[in-house]
Design a protein. Structure first.
Length: 327
């Protein structure tokens, strides 16, 4: 094992840390609870607990640490600005604190950007130059990757595609404060909410199958499980989700025209069998005559995308340099 990078993936409820090879293989990982609703030091100690466990598991030296975190954040300074899922941190200098404690060079990046980079280097986008990545779960994150490099925009806050407004008349349904943003309509919680809304239209004492469903027990998973079983109300919810995604991705193609679109995250995984349907529907939502030539692919990395992406922050330079030599 010639070289290892320690990847750290911070979420609202957990911190994962893992050792990753130059080939993108995760050889060890650990998950610990994230204390996000207390003070900044309690949150930082959660991160340290995960890092310590990963370092203690292996005798091979680790050369660097990569960290992925929900945004918004400043990737240049490694500062967590004001993240809804991490209320413990406001303008928290995470990069500086980790480097001071562990004495290893560290990089901090938006979690969707990091995951998209892993897909561009080792995953579904490895054979493409221009990649648009979307991760769908509790929230919606996106990344724009060009030639194995993250597009950050002017300050590092670019590619927040999950908060693009889709419905001007919708109520505010997301922590971003915008009306009708994509996340408020197709994230995991949004799918579960729409499932419950569909069922409220059916009388609870109805003799139909829908009338016997416990509205309070509806979750994102149950919507997909029920849809996979062919129940009409759940299929309608999933179809609505795919149509919203198709319209949004049509806009993305008109704006960016990437070589490939990669879909990841927990909800993204459940939509894998629906990707051909979404790809067909996109053609009605774009003016690009070559839209049908852009593949819509499932991501390679599922729940481990943050770990692989965190490591990729350090390994991308070697990949880019090797590509330049090959040319």
């Amino acid at each position: 094992m010639a070289s290892l990078v320690l990847g750290v993936d911070i979420g609202g409820t957990k911190v994962a840390a893992g050792l990753v090879t130059e080939a993108g293989e995760i050889v060890y990982q650990v998950r610990v609870p994230m204390v996000a609703d207390h003070g900044p030091e309690e949150g930082f100690q959660s991160v340290c607990q995960a890092i310590d466990s990963a370092l203690e598991s292996n005798a091979t030296p680790v050369r660097a640490i990569g960290v992925s975190s929900p945004g918004p954040l400043d990737p240049k300074r490694g500062v967590i600005l004001k993240t809804p899922n991490l209320p413990c941190w406001r303008n928290f200098p995470l990069l500086q604190r980790i480097e001071q404690k562990y004495g290893l060079p560290t990089r901090v990046e938006n979690d969707a950007n990091a995951a998209g980079l892993a897909e561009a280097i080792w995953g579904a986008g490895a054979n493409y130059d221009s990649i648009f990545y979307v991760t769908m779960g509790t929230g919606i994150g996106t990344a724009i990757i060009q030639a194995k490099r993250i597009f950050h925009g002017r300050t590092g806050a670019a590619a927040e595609g999950g908060h693009m407004t889709i419905d001007l008349n919708a109520p505010v349904g997301c922590g971003c404060g915008k009306r009708g943003c994509l996340e408020s309509m197709v994230s995991g919680p949004a799918i579960a909410r729409r499932g419950r809304e569909h069922l409220t239209k059916v009388p609870a004492d109805s003799n139909s199958q829908e009338g016997n469903v416990d509205r309070g027990a509806i979750t994102t998973k149950s919507v997909f499980d029920t849809g996979d079983a062919g129940e009409a109300w759940a299929v309608r919810v999933i179809e609505e989700t795919t149509e919203i995604l198709a319209a949004w991705l049509g806009n993305i193609i008109d704006l960016l025209e990437p070589d490939v679109i990669v879909v990841g995250g927990g909800v993204g995984i459940r939509l894998t069998s629906w990707l051909p349907k979404i790809a067909t529907a996109i053609r009605h939502w774009t003016i690009n005559p070559g839209a049908h030539e852009i593949p819509l692919l499932p991501a390679r990395y599922g729940a481990d995308s943050g770990l692989a992406g965190s490591a990729a922050l350090w390994l991308q330079s070697a990949v880019v340099n090797q590509a330049a030599i090959s040319e």
